[in-house]
Design a binder for this molecule. Sequence first.
Ligand SMILES: [Fe+2]
Length: 249
Amino acid sequence: MLFGRKKIQTEAPMPQGLIDLHCHILAGVDDGARDDEAMFDLIRLEYSCGVRHICFTPHFNPALFTPKPDKIAESFEKAKRFAEENFEGLSVSLGNEVFIRPDTVDRLREGACRPLGGTKTVLAEFHPTTSVQDIRMNTVKLLSNGFSPLIAHIERYDRLCEPEDIYELKSLGAKLQINTAAFFGDRKKLIFKLVEQGAIDVVADDRHNRERGEPNLGVCYNFVDQKFGRRAADALFIHRPMSILNISA
Ligand SMILES: [Fe+2]
């Protein structure tokens, strides 16, 4: 498989028991799967890659997507039934990828958007040009209101490129998620360093469709296993996401 100009090893057997807690697979609720067939196809793909729990995280960003709670509930029930009836050992849960705005805590409290699964962890997305100060301030705000931020795809924020700023977010209590594509992008040296130092909590593929071509979780697990070792791969793809979702094997 080619991603950018990097050849990725795909011959290794697919791992098992991976956890995906950031994806846009539910049908017709955001810019992810367009319809039920696309949704079912992506669930099949996840299972074939070794994923055994999917937390669906449709965007909650009222500036771009009109919130559709009824449609989300309907799609989630279809996805859950499809998973249970067709794939042994595959479980699912529901959350949102929440675009952080001044009213986010109020929206979380009233249930307009939701943390991951039944937890208090919020998959928090910021605008790509958001300042480090804004990310820091909102991290503290979420924590002081009883929520735990998991900052989505930290490689995407233009201003968040100094390791000391990233470590400060960790020291405040934020958890950090990267996309599989981050290992092969412009900031891969920084990402490698953060992974080596144990600063990254979760890898997810932020899957919207098949066409975008990012490495799937199974391929990326094998890449991390080869480059950083089995312990790092298990932590990033299995143990830490399970801990965040408060689920067991
Ligand atoms: Fe996303």
